[in-house]
Design a protein around this ligand. Sequence first.
Ligand code: A2P
Length: 335
Amino acid sequence: MASGLSIAVVGATGAAGQMTLKILEERKFPMRELRAFASERSVGKTVTFRGEPVPIRRIEPGAFKGVDIAFCSAGSAQAKEYAPAIVKAGATVIDKSNAFRMDPEVPLVVPEINAHAARRHRGIVACPNCTTIVTVMPLKPLHDAGRLTRVIATSFQAVSGAGVNGIAELREQTLAWARGETIVPRHFPHPIAFNLIPAIDRFEPNGYTGEEMKLVNETRKILEAPELLIAPTTVRVPVFTSHSIAVTAETAVKITAARARDLFERFPGLKLWDDPAQHRYPMPVAVEGQDDCFVGRIREDLSSANGLSFWVVGDQLRKGAATNAVQIAELLARS
Ligand code: A2P
């Protein structure tokens, strides 16, 4: 690690933090130093990077001196608490939480879509919500080709989107069910094994959940389409990794299924898996571990002249979190 940047990962023991370390390794991000941070209870433990143990440090004054880029995936409250001091210490923060996403001063970036926005940062760049990223990837080429007017999106979200506790809960409940024991929810409000929970995040006064409003507001900000009509439903499903979204998109200019296939195929970061006769369409278990988002089941909407329906799946710990964050860091490193 002799040359390159000094990198900090805050939340290094969590699901997104662990994946960030993996992606930094995989993409051979140029770095001379790694500083790993988590909560007080993890100080003294280690995480592994490039085969070496890296101690978890305490977040304290001076801890970020000399750091170039700090990845934060420790939650919104922690981001609000730590980010200003990290920026003051001279680092650029790439934050994975909801804390700053809708702040007009903070760019909200998916590098394939709005890399230009990252250049305007004032110390913090926000990484969108995982479901937003996977949904907006195929929406962008449709918007460019035919101008989106309305989007209906229903998500099927994996438990790892809720962090390490979400993963543990599905595993424990599945084992309990197999042993014939009673399932006791701890992390989610209801059993998640063999169930679907149509509520992610708190309910807002308009009847939508926080997760659903993130999808609306963040998609509008990323696409620079403040008037875009979006009808979201977000659902937690008993899948370990990868979020799937069923989307119907209406455009001002009609886009046929054939044209959509062509647009998706040519968009960076998207892969087309659309051969229903061969049972070929994206599924969470097939997509897990890959950085691209996969689109299939592309068909023209039977209920609206300019509507197009499709199914998109992305590994939300990768493109939905860590890969997107490391791609932002690559943009910053280049500039
Ligand atoms: P820890 O493992 O010490 O609790 P996940 O989203 O997978 O649940 O992970 C959350 C991450 O954020 C973990 O690395 C967790 O560390 C870290 N974290 C939680 N609370 C704090 C805090 N107050 N300060 C710093 N890191 C925190």
